[in-house]
Design a protein. Structure first.
Length: 133
């Protein structure tokens, strides 16, 4: 028997990202010293090791970097198969998330973020076709 999908844990490093998603915003960390945007979040910039890190609202556009189709149901209620994509945001970082497109993603295809409610007022970003060509 499969378990129900757990909600994301609100680690201190992820709160801004999760709260932004609930507002329909893609929030990612940015180094205030060098301007580097990065993922996953952390207390220091991976480029210059500055601890002067803040959060910015990203436009949520990018391109498909790679993808995979899952056929195994890991959690009750999940529909299979489903597609997971790694997106290279136009601002630099890679995010791994679910795909919303009806057709298979294409490497290099422009994408745009949307937000899916996964629990009581808990939203996660996902990507599908769209954005600048």
């Amino acid at each position: 028997m499969t378990a129900a999908r757990p909600l994301p844990i609100r680690y201190p490093e992820d709160v801004e990202h999760l709260d932004g998603a609930a507002r329909g915003e893609l929030r990612i960390p940015e180094c205030r010293s060098c301007g580097h945007r990065f993922w996953p979040p952390g207390p220091v910039c991976p480029r210059d090791f500055s601890t002067d890190v803040g959060w910015v609202t990203d436009p949520g556009t990018g391109r498909v970097h790679t993808w995979v189709r899952f056929h195994k149901r890991y959690f009750a209620g999940d529909e299979v198969p489903y597609v997971v994509v790694q997106i290279r945001l136009d601002s630099g970082p890679n995010l791994t998330t679910t795909w919303t497109g009806a057709a298979d993603p294409v490497i290099g295809e422009p994408v745009v973020v949307s937000f899916r409610e996964v629990g009581d007022s808990v939203f996660l970003p996902e990507f599908g076709p769209g954005g600048p060509a």
